[in-house]
Design a protein around this ligand. Structure first.
Ligand code: PTJ
Length: 260
C-alpha cells in the first residue's frame, strides 16, 4: 500500500487524509473497489455542500440522537465504507445508546465480514452480529445480499442506523415497520429519500457529532425527546438541504458571471 504524507497546509488536506483512510480500508480487505467509487460520489456531493455540516444536518443529527435514545432495540448496520471511515465512532455510539452492531454487506464475503468484525473489535466492540451463517434470516422483498439478517439483530430491531449505502434496503426496512436513520451526502439518493430520518452530511463529520449529541441528550426525559422527534419533518429538512446546494451554486454562478 502506498501511504502518502499529506501536508497540513494543503488546501484540501482533510479530504486527502480521508482518502488515505479509504486506501487503508481497501488494503485491509474491508472496503471493495465499488466502495471506492461510492466514496468518490460522496466526495462530489460534499464539494457541493462546501464540505461543512449544514444547519439542516445539525438539526437532523439532534433528532437522530433523540430517536436512538428512545428506541427499545436500536442497531447500527455496518458496511465496508462505514467500518473504514468511522469504526471508533460506531462502537462508542453503540455503547452510548445501547445499540447492537450488525455487519451487513452488499458485496458479501465471509473474509470481509470477519475483517470488519476484527476492526470493530479492535475499537472495543464486544459483540458483532451478522457474521457468516449467523445471518440466517432472509428479508422479504430484497434480492441483494443485504437481505440476510441476524435473527438477534436487524430482524428484531425497532430502529436501524444505516449510514452510507445503496438504495434497495431502506424502503423494505420501513415496510417492515422499522425506523430508519441514514447518513448520506446525496440528498437525492433513494436511501436519503426513503429513510425516516436523513442526515445529509459526510459520515466522518456526522458520526462524531451524533455521538456528542447522544451524550448531551442522554439524561433528558423521554417525553421531551419524543416531542423533538414529532416536530421534525424529514421531507421538509431534505428539501432544505437540496435548496442549500442549489442556492450555493446559484450564488457562485452569479459571482462568476458578474466577474466576466
Ligand atoms: O461494503 P458493501 O459491500 O456493503 O458496499 C458498500 C457500498 C457503499 C459500496 C454500497 O452500499 C454502494 O454501492 O453504495 P452506493 O449506491 O454507492 O451509495 C452510497 C451512498 O453514500 C451515495 O449516495 C453516496 O453519495 C453516499 N456517500 C459516499 N460517501 C459518503 C456518503 N455519504 C456520507 N458520507 C460519506 N463519506
Amino acid at each position: 500500500m502506498t501511504k502518502t504524507k499529506i501536508p497540513k497546509t494543503h488546501p484540501r488536506a482533510k479530504s486527502l487524509q480521508v482518502r488515505e483512510k479509504v486506501n487503508e480500508g481497501y488494503s485491509e480487505g474491508i472496503m471493495t473497489e465499488q466502495g471506492l467509487i461510492a466514496h468518490g460520489r460522496g466526495e462530489a456531493f460534499d464539494y457541493l455542500l462546501g464540505e461543512i455540516t449544514i444547519s439542516e444536518a445539525t438539526v437532523a443529527i439532534k433528532v437522530a440522537a433523540a430517536t436512538l435514545l428512545i428506541s427499545k432495540n436500536p442497531i447500527i448496520s455496518v458496511n465496508g465504507n462505514v467500518a473504514t471511515l468511522t469504526p471508533k465512532e460506531v462502537v462508542k455510539l453503540a455503547k452510548n445508546v445501547g445499540a447492537k452492531i450488525e455487519v451487513n454487506l452488499f458485496h458479501r464475503t465471509l473474509e470481509r465480514e470477519k475483517a470488519i468484525m476484527k476492526k470493530l473489535k479492535s475499537f472495543g466492540a464486544k459483540n458483532v452480529l451478522g457474521i457468516g451463517k449467523e445471518a440466517a434470516f432472509e428479508m422479504n422483498g430484497l434480492e441483494s445480499s443485504r437481505r440476510w439478517m441476524d435473527p438477534n439483530g436487524i430482524m428484531v430491531s425497532d430502529t436501524v442506523l444505516v449510514p452510507l449505502e445503496d438504495g434497495d434496503r431502506t424502503a423494505e426496512l420501513r415496510k417492515a415497520g422499522k425506523t430508519v436513520i441514514t447518513i448520506d451526502l446525496n440528498p437525492l439518493s433513494r436511501t436519503a429519500q426513503t429513510a425516516s430520518l436523513t442526515i445529509v452530511d459526510n459520515i466522518v463529520r456526522a458520526m462524531p457529532l451524533l455521538l456528542e449529541e447522544t451524550k448531551k441528550l442522554k439524561n433528558i426525559e423521554n417525553d421531551i425527546l419524543k416531542d423533538m422527534i414529532k416536530r421534525f419533518d424529514n421531507k421538509v429538512n431534505l428539501g432544505k438541504s437540496l435548496s442549500y446546494i442549489i442556492k450555493r451554486l446559484e450564488k457562485d454562478s452569479v459571482i462568476r458571471v458578474n466577474a466576466q
